[in-house]
Design a protein around this ligand. Structure first.
Ligand code: GLU
Length: 548
């Protein structure tokens, strides 16, 4: 029996040959140097921060090279599939403004000419190539049961030899085609394995974009190509899909490095052009105990991409942060080119960390503070509206009602050379400005500091309002009035005098301003008090300085 006859027996329903698919998916018509890359998650329903970093880089490079970025769903492993798992991934990517040129756009639909972009719909394609490998004598059906494989493993362990289905251990490799046909006709269950021509003693080299040259033994394992359920395993699907979808750069997690010998072998045997590979390090964090560990979906809320959306951390800031951890020279570049688009940055794979990127939420929040501080008050207002509309409806209605007032509040110490950097996220803003709204002002929790005596507080406030406060004062006049108030009540209006002879005074000008500040805002720390008072206006000031 010829190999071809065996292949026909195994795949009687495969009607196309490989030429059909080679023609169906022609070379892409892109300019030289254009990168075609993909994000290829299982449909698990969400994107983890580590995968977001990959997805971002995978989309970044095509964008700066006029290439193509596509989303392929790898659902051949039922265990990793959840219901509506594609939608969650699409939402997370969209929330991060990571746009795809091709691929899945919902649970069932896709855009692009190189699909289907979901592996479970590509069964006929995998079968066609598996059939070709069988015809060429490069693959065969394997009838070993779980039990057979277990016994093999035990023997290998006992003999202290390398574990795996290879060489003489590969029992089904040496069956004759007649024996194979017989078993198939008898209804024995089988899977399809590669007949690996490799030798473990030989070396192959991976030219990794991130890590440089890596030497590994050649693959000699007869790996599974098609499982019992008829679907391919990762290795086979990866090679077929990335070939037919014309991927030029496979960027994926470092856990795949050790599988590269299988992949390069498959690319050779199928006579496909091999893409470039870049294996990205894990995203790590330093935990409470000081240990370095993988960022974990279970333990770290910041590992879920939805976290940033819910907190209102601007995606632009997260992108800046991702580039910071992705490329060691990005920060320096950004400092030198603060107004350039990030897409002008020359990304360099060699500047990626091969030992994993350390994820530091504090640093991300600082980048975010910096980013928000540079926006105009109107931009912050608009973003705050978008955020609160989804996450804080009451506040949304309030800031919508007082649009100009809110923009003015957001403008305190903004739109200047050194803007204030209070807000790390849009979710944060309310905690900084709520006291500006009578609807939210709550005088239950004053944070008086040094001066806490009720009578003294009232004396300061009453004297200030009755004798010194004038809503029309400019900043200098306003400040001089507070100094005068201090002089009158025997507080040092000059810090130097106070430091020299503290015993001569009841306190100093900072203590007095704090009393005014706290009465108006309940907080002892706020942005510029003069600006705040200007915005609050006379009525509110008169009301709030009457403390019982
Ligand atoms: N589905 C694989 C994973 O989830 C993709 C690996 C790759 O990008 O090739 O890790």
């Amino acid at each position: 029996m010829t190999n071809k006859e065996l292949a026909d027996l195994i795949f009687p329903n495969v009607t196309h040959d490989v030429d059909y698919y080679e023609k169906k998916y022609p070379e892409r018509n892109l300019k030289d140097g254009a990168v075609v890359s993909r994000f290829a998650p299982s449909p698990t329903g969400f994107v983890h921060m580590g995968s977001l970093l990959s997805a971002f880089i995978e989309s970044f490079i095509p964008k700066i090279t006029d290439g193509i970025f596509y989303l392929r769903i790898e659902d051949t492993d039922g265990k990793r599939t959840v219901e509506n798992g594609i939608s969650g991934i699409i939402k997370d990517l969209k929330d991060f403004d990571i746009r795809i040129d091709e691929g899945m756009i919902s649970e069932t639909e896709s855009i692009g000419e190189y699909g289907p972009y979901i592996q479970s719909k590509r069964k006929d394609i995998y079968e066609t190539y598996a059939k070709k490998l069988i015809s060429d004598g490069l693959a065969y059906p394997c009838f070993c049961t779980e039990k057979d494989l277990e016994i093999m493993r035990e023997k290998q362990e006992h003999k202290k030899t390398r574990i795996g289905y290879y060489g003489n251990w590969a029992k089904c490799r040496n069956l004759t085609n007649e024996e194979r046909a017989e078993k198939i006709k008898n209804g024995e269950k089988f899977i399809i394995r590669l007949k690996s021509p490799g030798k473990f003693e030989n070396k192959i080299i991976l030219n990794d974009l991130v890590r440089g040259k890596i030497e590994m033994p050649e693959n000699d394992i007869d790996v599974v190509l098609i499982k019992g359920d008829g679907l391919p395993i990762y290795h086979f699907a990866h090679v077929i899909d990335d070939h037919l979808m014309k991927t030029t750069h496979v960027l994926r997690g470092e856990e795949w490095i050790s599988s590269y010998p299988i992949h390069t072998q498959l690319f050779n045997l199928l006579r496909f052009k091999e893409p470039k590979y870049g294996h990205l390090g894990l995203v790590m964090k330093i935990d409470e105990t000081g240990a370095r560990r993988k960022l974990s979906k279970r333990k770290d809320p910041e590992a879920a991409v939805s976290y940033y959306h819910e907190k209102g951390i601007p995606i632009e800031a997260v992108k800046l942060y991702l580039l910071t951890i992705a490329n060691s020279n990005f920060e320096v570049w950004l400092d030198a080119n603060p107004t350039s688009s990030i897409y002008d940055f020359k990304f360099d794979f060699k500047k990626m960390s091969d030992s994993g990127s350390l994820f530091d939420i504090e640093k991300l929040l600082n980048i975010s503070k910096n980013y928000i501080s540079k926006l105009s008050a109107k931009e912050v207002y608009q973003n705050l509206l978008n955020y609160t509309k989804e996450y804080d409806k009451d506040f949304y209605y309030l800031i919508k009602k007082y649009e100009d007032y809110t923009i003015n509040i957001l403008n305190i110490e903004r739109e200047q050379k050194k803007p204030r950097k209070d807000y790390a996220s849009y979710g944060d803003i309310k905690t900084h400005i709520w006291y500006m709204y009578d609807e939210l002002f709550n005088s239950d929790k004053y944070d008086f500091q040094k001066i806490t005596d009720k009578d003294e507080i009232n004396l300061i406030l009453k004297t200030y309002i009755d004798k010194y406060y004038n809503e029309n004062d400019n900043k200098d006049e306003w400040f001089n009035k507070i100094k005068k108030l201090c002089d009158e009540l025997n507080y040092a209006s000059n810090m130097k005098d106070y430091k020299e002879n503290p015993e001569n005074y009841k306190g100093n000008i900072a203590d007095v301003s704090t009393v005014i500040r706290v009465s108006l805002t309940t907080k002892s720390m706020t942005p510029d008090l003069y600006e705040i008072m200007k915005l609050l206006g006379k009525d509110r000031i008169l009301k709030r300085t009457k403390i019982n």
